[in-house]
Write a protein that binds this ligand. Structure first.
Ligand code: NAG
Ligand code: NAG
Length: 366
């Protein structure tokens, strides 16, 4: 081999070696950070032989240049100050014969998730060196109001779709169950999934359905959806015969329980001697009351109605009718039902109960 050529090769190699020696380097891997929402994350980039080269931190997915050396360079819009604390801080800390550029991210939120790049721009050469660091932000589940079912009305025998949408990181799992301890029709006691479909619903299926969103980041989120089943009213007298003495300044209250959804309208009638019906109005002699809830006695979509006849006289004796008319019109119609259901609801359904008021022995002592 030509001696000169050999010497030249040695010279070139050692030049390259010296050049490499003088190049700045990122010496350590950037450890991933996993922190809960709202807390602070720290990412370290340790550099040796920095010389006059510049060190940058940026967010890869957002293409956001955050720092240059020990200065935060990102705009105010991305670096808001809350309670005197900016979103980003950068610290230059001595580390052996080099420096650690510590990027601090305050008030962690979902937007901060991603890959952070620490980059050295080598002076003079235009060369860059980089290392990546991952940041995960754990976000507890949050139910999304607009996409989650609050209440739903479906006709008896129809099908229902209950949706529970949740956000969080990691993506939460959704579980449905019934707070009353009953089984979910056709699904056992719990069901996993964002959307719960119920087919051929019965009156037993009405009531509350609870969804729980869980991703193991405390606390889980819960939401209650209420399912109403529309059905023709059914009337039940509380007592079908009432005994009463007349002309003794007594008031008499007759009662009727109606179930039906949407809440129907109730009418009271008295059967006349000719067999016809006379509507009873809320007047001096009668008072008509609706007891919407009666402790735990009434189930959802049941109402208790009372008719009080003041100062019962002989002419008040006879048969009374409480009649439910279920007519869906305008504001009475349930919301969120599709047109087919609304059309169905315009059919009048009636349910009639006879209640007799008879003369009975006077048991009172005077
Ligand atoms: C970052 O560097 C600082 C200073 O060297 C050190 O105290 C800290 O523990 C490091 N943090 C991480 C997450 O590596
Ligand atoms: C969701 O449930 C599945 C199956 O039970 C489980 O493997 C997964 O880890 C759960 N995800 C979360 C975020 O809890």
């Amino acid at each position: 081999m030509d001696c000169r050529l050999f010497l030249l090769a040695v010279f070139v190699i050692s030049l390259a070696y010296v050049a490499a020696q003088e190049q700045p380097e990122i010496t350590k891997a950037i450890l991933p950070e996993i922190k809960r929402k709202g807390l602070t994350a720290y990412l370290n980039c340790t550099v040796t032989r920095q010389g006059t080269s510049k060190v940058f931190w940026s967010h890869k997915q957002r293409r956001l240049e955050i720092t240059q050396d020990d200065q935060v360079t990102v705009g105010e819009r991305f670096n808001q100050v809350v309670n005197g604390l900016p979103k980003y801080e950068i610290f230059r800390l001595p580390d052996g014969d080099g420096w650690t550029y510590q990027l601090v991210v305050h008030r962690l939120s979902q937007i901060d998730i991603g890959t952070y790049i620490c980059k050295i721009q080598v002076t003079g050469t235009g060369e860059t060196k980089e290392k990546f660091g991952k940041l995960l932000v754990l976000v507890p589940p949050d139910i999304q109001n607009g996409k989650t079912t609050h209440t739903l009305s479906v006709p008896k025998g129809g099908s229902a779709k209950l949706t529970c949408a949740a956000e969080g990181y990691p993506m939460p799992n959704i579980t449905w169950f019934r707070p009353n301890g009953k089984a979910i029709p056709g699904r056992g006691y719990s069901y996993n999934g964002e959307t719960l479909y119920l087919e051929d619903v019965t009156l037993d299926n009405r009531g509350m359905y609870r969804c729980v969103a869980n991703n193991n980041v405390r606390p889980p989120a819960t939401f209650d959806a209420t399912l109403f089943i529309e059905f023709a009213p059914e009337a039940t007298p509380v007592q079908s015969t009432y005994g009463q003495a007349t002309n003794r300044q007594f008031d008499l209250t007759i009662e009727c329980i109606i179930s039906g959804y949407p809440p129907p309208t109730l009418h009271w009638y008295k059967i006349t001697e000719g067999g016809g019906r006379k509507a009873i109005t809320d007047d001096d002699w009668h008072s008509i009351n609706t007891l919407l809830s009666h402790g735990n006695f009434l189930s959802i979509s049941e109402r208790w109605y009372q008719l009080t006849i003041r100062n019962v006289r002989a002419r008040d004796l006879g048969d009374y009718v409480c009649e439910e008319t279920d007519l869906c019109q305008g504001a009475n119609c349930p919301k969120n039902v599709n047109d087919i259901n609304s059309a169905k609801r315009n059919v009048i359904a009636t349910s009639i109960v006879f209640i007799s008021v008879t003369l009975s022995c006077l048991l009172y002592q005077w």
